[in-house]
Structure formats: structure tokens, C-alpha cells
Ligand binder design. Sequence first.
Ligand SMILES: Cc1cc2nc3c(=O)[nH]c(=O)nc-3n(C[C@H](O)[C@H](O)[C@H](O)COP(=O)(O)OP(=O)(O)OC[C@H]3O[C@@H](n4cnc5c(N)ncnc54)[C@H](O)[C@@H]3O)c2cc1C
Length: 388
Amino acid sequence: MDFNLTPEEQSFRQEVRDFLAAELPPPEERGAGFIVEFWKKIRAKRWIGFSWPEEVGGGGGSIMQQFILKEQLVEAQAPILGSDYTGLHWVGPAIIQFGTPEQKARYIPEILDSQSIWCTGYSEPDVGSDLASLQCRAIREGDTYVVNGQKIWTTLAHLAKSIFLMVRTDPESSKHDGITCLLVPMDTPGIEVQRVHNMGVGGHGDMLNQVFFNDVRVPAELRLGAEGQGWEIICSALQGERSGITDVNRHSNALEDLRGLAARSQRNGRPALEDASVRRKLGSFEARIEAMRLNGMRALTHQLRGNLHPSEASINKLHNCDLLVEMSDLALELQGGAASYYGKEDAVIEAGRWQLAALSWPATVIGGGTPNVQKNIIAERMLGLPKD
Ligand SMILES: Cc1cc2nc3c(=O)[nH]c(=O)nc-3n(C[C@H](O)[C@H](O)[C@H](O)COP(=O)(O)OP(=O)(O)OC[C@H]3O[C@@H](n4cnc5c(N)ncnc54)[C@H](O)[C@@H]3O)c2cc1C
């Protein structure tokens, strides 16, 4: 691992720093309309879709430049880039890799210009971790697929313009081979979205849904890749920088705040920091965040050398989940009885941000694959342990 930046990389980092110093006001001064203007300026720099090829409108940036950009954005507490997280992180890369020229021309510019919102139709009521068992069915009739079935936990389906939908087209072949990907407009007749309540925000929270498909007719030209290529698309749709550096920096910032909370808290009338167990926990968080950073740097190094092992992202996902859960736990423990208050009253500590973190962690821990599934990936694919 060589953590030193080349002169070109240093100069790119300076360019990002200068831009952020000029264009990014502190969080408390960002008024209505700020985010859309910021996206426009960032887009003009081609830093949205920065690692995408220039011929589709991306920035043509290297993995290392993308890492530097992300690091600087998180450090400056910049908002996420662009309106369409799903489009930018897996739908766009999949369309670039597997799409027809028409599909690229139709979808990529709107993703880059924050004009799209995609949702992901993978999970079903009985299918999550074992995704290859999905049952939502599509039958080919001439130039059309007719889709019937149900998806669940579909983030943003109620706002999305399109769904990145995995369907079973061939129930006879092996479970991985019979899956096909369709790019379906959400206003197609026969699609019904129902909201699912989220415990973190005590309501829908503009997030999770279930989606029903009743004789939904999808033109065959909206199929991504070949029939039966869905599993390959699922496995390869993530590209770009995979170090998890954004999570590392977020945890570092949260740990600073947690230390502040500990310094202000009392335990049986004594400063909480006099308690060795509190100090031990804070020390362990610091060590684990550093381990996560180094693991991220190792993943980045492997990626730059073209030999990134997919399980490396699983290691950081596990660290990420454990830190989220344990740090919010300690924050509530430090608050004592006040931990049960949430809202804007004076008695509520830091406007209930730690309470919200404690209620919200299942979203991060479960979404995108549970810790058990990550452990299976590490055990089988990295350590070569046998499947039981
Ligand atoms: C906030 C959030 C957003 C989401 N967004 C989307 C979305 O936009 N689109 C989408 O398609 N899905 C989405 N999901 C669904 C998510 O991908 C699934 O919930 C997740 O993959 C787990 O699947 P499941 O809920 O069916 O649980 P299951 O797979 O039934 O798992 C239940 C329990 O069994 C354990 N388990 C399962 N298999 C194994 C095994 N082989 N070994 C050991 N333990 C195992 C799991 O770890 C878990 O503890 C979202 C979920 C959340 C929480």
C-alpha cells in the first residue's frame, strides 16, 4: 500500500478543496434551493458520475481521483451528489455495461442531471438474502413481457420514475440462470405502490414500499442485457470506488460527537469519563474506525491493481453495522432516563439525534445484505471455508 498522492493527485485534491471553499457554505447557511444549485455546479465539473466514461457524459475520472473527491466531500460535509442515489450507484453502471446505445442515450443523461429517480426491485416477501430464488414472473408475448408478482422493501418506489426490476423469465432453468432485468417506467398500467411504515421515523418517512405487478406489459426493448443475464447484472452492477471511505469519515465525525456527549455526561453524580468501561468503549470505537480505514485503503489498493476481492467490501459493511449499533447504544446509555425522550423540547439531548440513530440502524444493517450474509461471503469466498 502506498498512501502518498502523486503530484497530479495532490493538485486534483487542491482543486476540489478550492471549489468546496468557494461554493459550499457551512451547513447552517444552506438555504432552500441550495442543493439544486450545488448539483448544477458539481455536474458542470463532471464530478457527478465522475468515474463514468466521458462518451456517456461522465467525468472519465480514475478510481484514485474518485476516492479523493469522496474524501473531500465528506470532510466538507457536502450533500450527496445528485438526486438519484440508485441511478448513480448501480442502475447507471449496469446500463453503461449492459445497455443498448438507445438505453444509454435515454437514461444516462437524466441520471447525471438529477432528473431521474430509480428504485430497485429485487426483494420479495419470501426472498431477500437468497435473492436468486426470486419469483416475480415475466412471460414473453411477442414484443412484450407480461409481469405478475410482488416486490417489497422497495426504497423510494413511491417517488421513482422507473424500477430496475429483476424477474424470472425461465422457471425451468437453474435459479441463477432464469432471471432477467427489465427497466420499467413506474407509470406503466398494472403497477401499484403501497407504503410500508418505518420504525426509525415512526411513519412512512418517504422511504420503503411494496410494489405489486398485475399483468404489467413491458416492451422487450426495455430488457437490460440478454434474457437470463439478470444474475450477472446483479453481481456486476457495482463499480467505482469501493473503499467505504465515506462510512469511515462519517463514523469519525460521530465519534467526535460521542466523545463530546461523554464529556458532558454524569454517572452516579461523577463524570462519565471517569468510568473505565466508557473510556474502553470509546477507545475500541477509535481502534475499529482506524481498522476500517486501513481495510478501505487495502481494498482501494487492490482495486487500483485490478484485483479487488468482492469480499473486502463485506468486511467494511460488517464494521460499519457494528459501529452504528454500538455507538448509538453507548450514546443512549450515557443519557440515562433522557434516552427515552425524543423531539424538540429542551430536555431532549441533541434534539434526539442518538435516539434516531438507535432506531434507524436496522435500515443500514439489513439493507443491501444482512451481517450474516456478509459473514457467509467472507467465510466462503475469502477464507475458503466449506458451505455447511
Ligand atoms: C432500509 C431498507 C431498504 C431496502 N431497500 C431495498 C430496495 O430498494 N430494493 C430491494 O429489492 N430490497 C431492499 N431491501 C431489502 C433487503 O435487501 C433485504 O431485507 C435483505 O437482503 C434481507 O432479506 P430479508 O428481509 O428477506 O431477510 P431474510 O433473508 O429472510 O433474512 C432473515 C434473517 O435470516 C438471516 N439469514 C438469511 N439467510 C442466511 C444464511 N444463509 N445464513 C445465515 N443467516 C441467514 C438473515 O441474516 C436475517 O437475520 C431493503 C431493506 C431495508 C431494511
